[in-house]
Design a protein. Structure first.
Length: 280
């Protein structure tokens, strides 16, 4: 590593057709700003394993659902762990980075999450509902998600899918963190338009809710997004804890908030690289 400018391999799929989001635009913006501090190159996720050895740190950003290249992602992950390569976010995340098992674990432990089971014998633990959400345990970006009536669940809860009640909610809200520090919140006022986001003024109670999951994950470094829904009675329930490659919706922020996020990310990444590569 050069003394002044760490070498960053920035992993992104600029052409991924994300519904309601522009992956390429966000990563073009972020890399244009990160280049002020780092020597940086972009690569597609399929090329990361072959290129990573030439860089001081691999930053995984809008790389798309790994289901589309699971074998290659597994090889990248195994190589990084075996070689001790620095990956940001670190590969120790317990949430979406490791699949959807965490929703089952958190639900069973009594955390404020949408009730979730994966076995037919546990369906009775779910609150009664007219409709249920069924989605693959290994999934992302709503791939394979189905909404079914109660009598349509027979034979589906076999351990490979998650079953949740279809919760009525007032809106969805997301809380964005860099390391352990809250950065901003965005919400979708219209439940039918998930990615039409507006800035949201988080309350102390909101942040206590979100930090509960950040603390549980114990990631230490990196970007995390806590997605929640607000029920009609005002309760927040966790929908997802994204700790692999959360889309940041930076285009929904005013310029000052975007700049503050870039400053926080740059400082975090600098600490991460310097702390790992500087002899004790």
């Amino acid at each position: 590593m050069s003394a002044a400018r760490p070498r960053v391999l920035y992993v992104t799929d600029l052409a991924y057709p994300a519904s309601g989001r522009r992956y390429g635009d966000e990563d073009v913006f972020l890399t244009s700003r990160l280049r002020e501090r780092f020597d940086l190159a972009l690569c597609h996720p399929l090329d990361a394993a072959a290129l990573m050895d030439a860089y001081d740190v691999v930053v995984v950003r809008n790389s798309g659902p790994v289901l589309g290249y699971q074998k290659e992602y597994d090889a990248f992950r195994a190589r990084a762990l075996d070689s001790g390569a620095l990956v940001y976010n670190p590969l120790s995340g317990k949430a979406d980075m490791a699949g959807k098992q965490y929703l089952l674990d958190l639900s069973a432990a009594g955390f404020p999450v949408i009730p979730t089971v994966d076995r037919a014998e546990d369906l009775h633990r779910l609150p009664a509902a007219e409709r249920y959400v069924v989605k693959p345990k290994i999934g992302a970006d709503s791939l394979g998600l189905r909404i079914l009536p109660a009598d349509g669940l027979a034979g589906l809860a076999d351990g490979t899918v998650l079953v949740q009640p279809c919760v009525d909610f007032a809106y969805e809200v997301s809380f964005y963190f860099v390391d352990d520090d809250f950065q901003y919140a965005l919400h979708a006022p219209d439940p039918a338009r998930r990615w039409e986001l507006r800035p949201y003024a988080a309350t102390a109670a909101d942040l206590e809710f979100a930090r509960h999951f950040i603390d549980w994950n114990g990631l230490g470094h990196g970007i995390q997004r806590v997605d929640a829904c607000r029920t009609p009675d005002g309760e927040l329930l966790l929908v997802e804890l994204e700790d692999l490659n959360p889309y940041l919706s930076l285009d929904a922020l005013p310029e000052e908030a975007r700049d503050a996020f870039v400053t926080a990310l740059t400082a975090s990444l600098s600490r991460f690289v310097q702390g790992a590569l500087t002899p004790a």
